[in-house]
Design a binder for this molecule. Structure first.
Ligand code: NAP
Length: 438
């Protein structure tokens, strides 16, 4: 029997994900070696605090605070520290030294991905980051490898578990945003500072990665138009529910042609109404899912746990085995194809349906005036519903109008909403939300 070679693995970070990765590397060493064709030796674990308690019992001699020395002597480096620095410098050092790198750091990839991808190409090493999007769900490799003979036209993703939990909570209990957020924090689904999740920034970083792989063009965070869920009210959710919709925070990347005939990709994150029968509508709690439309494959959906130490560690280990096999078999690093050269289009070019809530005076002729204004702007109305309210104190009646449009360009819709606001019979525009899947 031939002796297996040993590959040295440096682990940077031993938090939620890192600790589980270390556990699996030690506990499943035999199985990993037989799948890889090499022994994966955990050479060391870099952390900030050597005294900190860990989720998993691990040999103390593995720990170090000297991450720089650790990466210089490794064949494979797993970066699970998070943040921009020192993660960025350590990854670059590792690749320049010929190590393959596995990371789950979506913030770093969204901010400075192109520098890292270029360095990986230059060094001929593999940079893998399956864990950076939708945790345990194998989604990047299917897009990059399995669908590389097809043309993806659209990606719709629920890629942030915190916001999906909050919206699901609002939908199932009628809670306001603030109460649902407090519940998410109590259960550990949301952090004390939930900004990155509820403002959509975390989903935007993932949208940039999904769009880049799907359309073979590098998109950066600034190419993503981003709107979070803080303005979604219990009334929006209730109105959507009544009309047969559910509201989800979607990361969307789709190929479009703008008004001037220029083809590009619209990459955006925003709360979206989906028909209750859409496959993504069934994604409850903190789960994630990515729905893909491709020219030949048709519709595909990937579903699973989008976060958590153990599920995310599964994605990290998958990348590690794949990178280790590449080292064992030889051959260049797997490069991303960036030959698409499609520009990112601004949100104004997006084409979708819209849900608009209006508080209007209850007068004859109001509906006709509003309908005419929509028609003048080329936005056709699919559904218009009116509910009358009477103020108990003033006895004044007002009407709540809910409109769902046919597909229209964002710029036309924005102009319509501005014009509607100028009508003397409009008290307020209570909500404008985009609708997908109709
Ligand atoms: P975490 O629990 O905060 O752990 C971070 C680890 O990195 C800690 O062990 C910390 O050391 C170490 N660390 C941080 N800065 C360091 C530095 N300057 N030098 C040395 N060590 C340092 O993070 P996590 O939740 O495991 O997430 C890790 C990465 O995976 C992030 O990029 C995250 O976005 C990504 N990710 C996480 C999940 C998830 O469910 N958690 C899902 C998908 C992707 P100490 O312990 O000594 O402080």
């Amino acid at each position: 029997m031939t002796e297996l070679r040993t590959l040295k693995v440096a682990l940077l970070g031993c938090g939620n994900v890192g600790a589980q990765v270390a556990r699996i590397l030690i506990d499943d060493a035999g199985a990993l070696a037989s799948r890889t064709g090499a022994r994966l030796e955990l050479a060391g674990i870099a952390v900030r605090n050597l005294e900190a308690e860990r989720d998993v019992e691990l040999p103390q001699e593995l720990f170090t605070t000297d991450a720089e020395t650790l990466v210089k002597d490794a064949d494979l480096v797993i970066e699970l520290m998070g943040g921009i620095e020192p993660a960025r410098t350590l990854i670059l050092t590792a690749m320049r030294n010929g190590a393959c790198v596995v990371t789950g750091n979506k913030a770093l990839l969204a901010q400075d991905g192109p520098t890292l991808y270029e360095e990986a190409d230059k060094a001929g090493v593999q940079l893998s980051y399956e864990a950076a999007v939708a945790g345990a769900i194998p989604i990047l490799r299917p897009i990059r490898d399995s669908l590389s003979g097809d043309r993806i036209t659209r990606v719709l993703g629920i890629v942030n578990g915190t916001t999906n939990f909050i919206l699901d909570q609002m939908d199932s209990t009628g809670a306001q945003f603030a109460d649902a957020l407090a519940e998410a924090q109590r259960l550990g689904y949301a952090e004390a500072d939930p900004t990155a999740d509820v403002e959509g920034y975390d989903a935007a970083a993932k949208a940039a990665i999904l769009a880049s792989l799907s359309f073979h063009t590098r998109f950066a965070l600034e190419d993503v138009s981003c709107e979070g869920i803080t303005a979604v009210s219990a009334a929006d959710i209730a109105a959507a529910k009544e009309a047969g919709f559910v509201i989800k925070l979607l990361a969307i990347a789709e190929k479009l042609t703008d008004e001037d005939g220029k083809t590009g990709v619209s990459v955006r994150v925003h709360p979206t109404l989906l028909p209750r029968e859409h496959p993504l509508a069934a994604v409850r709690g903190a789960f994630n899912a990515v729905f893909i439309e491709a020219e030949n494959a048709g519709e595909l959906m990937f579903y699973g746990q989008g976060a958590g130490g153990t599920p995310t560690a599964s994605a990290v280990l998958g990348d590690l085995v794949s990178a280790a096999r590449r080292i064992v078999l030889g051959g260049p690093g797997r490069t991303e194809t960036t030959t698409g050269h499609v520009p990112a289009l601004p949100i104004a070019a997006a084409v979708t349906s819209y849900y608009i809530g209006l508080d209007v005076a209850d007068q004859p002729g109001v509906l006709a005036r509003i309908a005419q204004l929509f028609a003048e702007h080329g936005v056709s109305i699919e559904i218009m519903r009116q509910t009358i309210h009477r103020d108990a104190d003033s006895n004044v009646e007002s009407a709540e109008l809910r409109i769902v449009t046919h597909r229209a360009r964002e710029s036309a819709l924005a102009a319509t909403v501005e014009a509607v606001k100028g009508l003397d019979v409009i008290n307020s525009v209570t909500s404008v939300l985009r609708v997908e899947g109709v």
